[in-house]
Ligand binder design. Structure first.
Ligand SMILES: NC(=O)c1ccc[n+]([C@@H]2O[C@H](COP(=O)([O-])OP(=O)(O)OC[C@H]3O[C@@H](n4cnc5c(N)ncnc54)[C@H](OP(=O)(O)O)[C@@H]3O)[C@@H](O)[C@H]2O)c1
Length: 336
């Protein structure tokens, strides 16, 4: 089977090779998955560069999430799983950028045969994170407002969709005009551009209303400007640092207005939550993908052997959507 392998930390195209490896022996509770689709996420590239919270031994398989079909099962695995489409949980125990992957059965969640495998392949990381960010920190009621940075990201699209389903309104910050238009088309209630007058623009967009929750993946000043529009006692959750700058939230806002600042990492939830809760969340998200309520924009798909082109495109700013590997009979580059 062919597998992308990480041989050292560094720039993705320099340190990842496509190798043919022999099929590993299946343990009693393992399953061999024939992959259908696997996305590239910013966290995959942090992992490759040695900047992520999980460090591999080399050579390492790579790729955190994806979907495929069960091709072979270990002796203690339920035979009903054979041929089923399954989501591979992003536990970092297996790499999904490969034609076939051996996965312990506890790391799989069955998914619908009818839903789009490209969309299903992306629910392991971003939709689960969006769902938990919206549900863990404050009790949001219909009509409440939340604010978020980099709203045109895949994460932003999921947050807008899940907030909408709950009747919650979104104030979205982006850094480009085209991105603002995209977020409006997804149903973002208000969209403002990052810039010198950000606080004034946020206040005008909110027209007297206050935010209950701020979700930040950028760092630097935008999150601090959003925090100024939080209700007293509101929460800020930082889940990434795309600008590389620390979140500039005023200590005065934290102290005098009782705001709370939290950090979130999905892997802690996957490691610590009961498997039954984890599977319930993914089944709910899988159902939302299947009925069309939840999706992320796809810019392009690639076959595995074009990984260098795929990485280059995935690492570019100003994309209109995600870049994914697509496997199998339709293993060819196309627009998603
Ligand atoms: N903590 C967790 O558990 C967790 C879970 C899921 C995701 N994440 C993180 O969430 C982030 C988004 O993931 P994704 O898959 O949604 O990414 P994505 O679709 O690739 O989008 C990346 C976003 O970051 C924006 N961006 C990049 N550099 C920026 C900068 N310097 N200033 C402002 N915006 C900037 C991009 O804006 P442009 O389009 O304008 O370039 C784009 O909106 C990643 O950092 C990912 O690792 C964390």
């Amino acid at each position: 089977m062919r597998q992308l392998q990480l041989i050292a930390h560094g720039e993705p195209s320099d340190v990842i090779e496509l190798n043919t490896v022999s099929e590993p022996a299946l343990g009693q509770e393992d399953v061999l998955i024939s992959m259908e689709a696997a996305p590239m996420n910013p966290s995959d590239f942090l992992f490759v560069r040695g900047m992520y919270g999980v460090r591999p031994a080399f050579p390492s398989s790579v790729g955190a999430e994806g979907v495929g079909r069960v091709a072979k099962i270990g002796s203690k695995v339920d035979a009903a799983l054979r041929g089923k489409r399954v989501l591979i949980l992003p536990t970092y125990e297996q790499g999904t950028w490969a034609d076939e992957v051996v996965v312990p059965v506890r790391n799989l969640v069955p998914m619908s045969d009818e839903a789009d495998p490209l969309q299903l392949s992306m629910i392991g990381i971003n939709p689960a994170t969006a769902y938990l960010l919206l549900n863990r920190y404050v009790s949001l009621m219909p009509g409440d407002w939340i604010g978020q940075t980099a709203a045109n990201a895949a994460m932003g699209q999921y947050i807008v969709a899940l907030a909408k389903l709950a009747g919650v309104k979104t104030l979205n910050v982006v850094r480009r005009d085209e991105a603002a238009e995209q977020v409006r088309q997804w149903g973002g209630d208000r969209v403002v551009l990052q810039g010198e007058n950000l606080h004034k623009d946020i206040e005008e967009a909110l027209d007297g209303k206050k935010l209950s929750l701020v979700l930040d993946m950028v760092g630097g000043t935008p999150v601090g400007e959003l925090a100024k529009s939080l209700k007293p006692g509101g929460s800020i959750v930082v889940y990434a640092l795309q600008s590389g700058q620390f979140p500039a939230v005023s200590p005065g806002d934290l102290i005098y207005r009782g705001l709370s600042l939290h950090g979130f990492w999905l892997i802690n939830w996957i490691r610590n939550a009961p498997r039954i809760e984890i599977k319930e969340v993914y089944q709910k998200l899988g159902d939302l993908v299947a009925d069309g309520s939840l999706s992320a924009a796809v810019e392009q798909v690639y076959p595995l052997d074009q990984f260098k082109e795929a990485f280059k495109q995935s690492l570019q700013s100003n994309r209109s959507g995600k870049i994914l590997f697509k496997f199998g009979a339709t293993d060819e580059t196309d627009r998603g």
